[in-house]
Design a protein. Sequence first.
Length: 194
Amino acid sequence: MTAIRSVCVYCGSSLGESNVYTAQAQILGQRLAENGIRLIYGGGRIGLMGVVADAVMKGGGEVVGIIPNHLHDWEVGHTGLTELHVVDSMHTRKRMMVEMSDAFIALPGGLGTLDEFFEIITWRQLKLHDKPVLVLNTEDYWHPLMALIETVIERGFARRTATTLYTVVEDAEAVIAALLAEPPPEHAARTSKI
């Protein structure tokens, strides 16, 4: 596979109800920094977003945040990053995150994380990109989501191959190995159509 130089992380702007979510986010940030993988994320300083970014920065890694101006104006933008791009819209933010990343990881999060996860696997299904997508299933957080996707398949609204659009890992320690195990891209990305 081509080298993974930058990883986009989708996750909550809240910490959630378990300290394990925070611990796993910190471990992921540490491992990204140790492996020289740049973090691309939504630019927030709060919740799991801030935890991952802080862990990468503390480990000497690079962090690029991309935040729409309306969220930046609410003073939730992280000011201690390698780069912070303040953009005009959520659409611009998402497009830039895709273009700047070699892979994607979904940590526990809320509706925004669900939106980003479904968009990125849909774009992979449509062959707009062929970059790895990982789901970090901390404490079985994503089990209901995986069950929903199974229901969609069983009811005839998606093919069984939909489950090949992403890889589930149970622990942040397994993320780097999972990224390296991903097959090489089958086709060139067409991000200009995103």
